[in-house]
Ligand binder design. Structure first.
Ligand SMILES: [Zn+2]
Length: 107
């Protein structure tokens, strides 16, 4: 049986949504559900494994990673691919509930 990890929504920014950083980097960004620190990992899954769901290109399988701050495991799922600022804004509106939970400091 696969171990269950706490899940958190991740963002993979490309193109116009990623102008503030090195375009060679292909990262998935998330907020650790254990400690509340922002983290990132190298995107591992091919873009062809992302599918349109609810108006966004999403990877619904996600990726398991370890938080660099607290060392605990988590699953980043779904991973939402964002291409520009419009999509980023739309994403923040649609996922505001999840993002609020993710940004709450750990108790
Ligand atoms: Zn952590």
């Amino acid at each position: 049986m696969e171990r269950q990890y706490p899940e958190v929504v991740g963002v993979r920014r490309t193109g116009w949504a990623a102008l503030d950083r090195d375009p060679q980097e292909d990262r998935v960004e998330y907020v650790c559900p254990h400690c509340g620190k922002r983290g990132q990992k190298n995107a591992r899954r091919e873009r062809t494994q992302y599918h349109f769901t609810d108006g966004f290109l999403q990877d619904l399988q996600g990726e398991v990673t370890n938080c660099r701050a607290c060392g605990q495991s988590l699953r980043v799922v779904p991973i939402v691919m964002l291409h520009d600022q419009d999509e980023t804004r739309r994403f923040e509106a649609v996922f505001s509930d999840e993002l609020e939970i993710a940004h709450k400091p750990a108790a």
